[in-house]
Design a binder for this molecule. Sequence first.
Ligand code: ATP
Ligand code: MG
Length: 447
Amino acid sequence: MNIPNGVKNILNTLNASGESAYIVGGAVRNSIMGRTVNDYDVTTSALPDKIEDIFSDFSTVNVGKSFGTVVVYVEGTAVEVTTHRKESGYSDGRHPDGVLYTESIHEDLARRDFTMNAIAYSENGGYIDPFGGISDIKKRTVRCVGNAEERFNEDRLRVLRAIRFSSELGFELHEDTAKAVHAYANKLDGLSKERISAELCRLLCGENVKQTLTEYSDVIISAIPALERIYKYDQGNPYHIFDLYEHTVNCVSYIEPALHLRLAALFHDIGKPLCKSVDTEGIFHYKGHPAVSEAISYSVLKGLRLPTKLCQTVCTLIKYHDERISPDSVRIKRLMSKMGADMFFDLLKLQKADILSQNPKFYSRLESLNEVYRQANEIVKTGTALNVKDLKINGNDIVALGVRPGRQVGEILNALLDGVVSNKLYNDKEMLIEKAEEIIRRGVANE
Ligand code: ATP
Ligand code: MG
């Protein structure tokens, strides 16, 4: 295993004090898989006070002395150094009742969640792998250490971790682990929203997201009950060959793994069932569903304790997801100006994923979308003004024409931007001043 010098230094320093020390957890797993290792966790026989003593010349932070964890900073990396521990029973379905330190690396590995996460490594001793973690990694399998039901009963977060790892790493769950996941799917109520949300966000951005959302829909719906109403919901419309949950899952998998895009895909149609109408031919329609989806999504996303800015971005994409954008440069510029160019391109990605998840008979819609994309790129390339800030004049210029600073200045600038976006004006200082004077003369700001 390739170990950075800083981490080697920590292992050697602990060994020199007569303590055992190993790298454990994600670093070992990822390095066996050939994935990049972001952070290193070290486990040692040294007790927390001793760890602090040994590293008194280093910068350390005692993050959770009660759990035996000290963060040591060395050569620019933060390494969590944790005393070997075992746990003494779980009565709340999430936290161990107490932490017992142990001299035994085997006991420490036995309390870990999955075999792939229960491998220790040291330079002198090589791998310690009592539960067959390396073989499971090779088989691309997530398997609980010990009895899966017992492990999930101890800590329900492991249910979500199991499927999150499956989505991120592209692993299948071992049969017993999968069975236990289903058995515990509806027992997530004791978990904090923050922890649920953190796991779901990582799961959503995983490479294997389609399979995970499909096979473990029971866990997903238990974590986000609002999705219940789209599960197995027949869309009753020729545009669709999938039920609403399947369509949603496809849409999530077709869009690139950026959190805001995946969340927008997950919730874009959540309001549909509330907007259903049936025409004389028995075909279902969902007029107004984007606004309803937007409203439901906002409360669900806030409930997941996601940052307000992220909730707003996701909701804006949902609001416009069904907007028919015709390949007309003025209309494109108007929408780009209203949403911002980045958000507009994100909207096109969402619309593309949405079309790809519908009936392939209607894939021809992609042609018009590609043309919109081409024109939007052109608009960005030519540096067309899309924002008042892009105009060749600013508020001071308007004030210099005798307008009192305040709201009216903004209104005049907006009117000028609208003129430029609609191809009625050039973004040329002289022409804009002339138009501003005309607006002031007429006393109407937003004609
Ligand atoms: P990543 O950092 O990519 O999420 P990781 O394996 O490092 O992967 P962490 O959450 O950082 O995951 O945890 C570090 C290690 O601690 C895990 O590899 C596992 O051995 C152990 N661990 C973490 N959470 C639990 C848990 N809920 N139950 C049992 N062991 C756990
Ligand atoms: Mg980690």
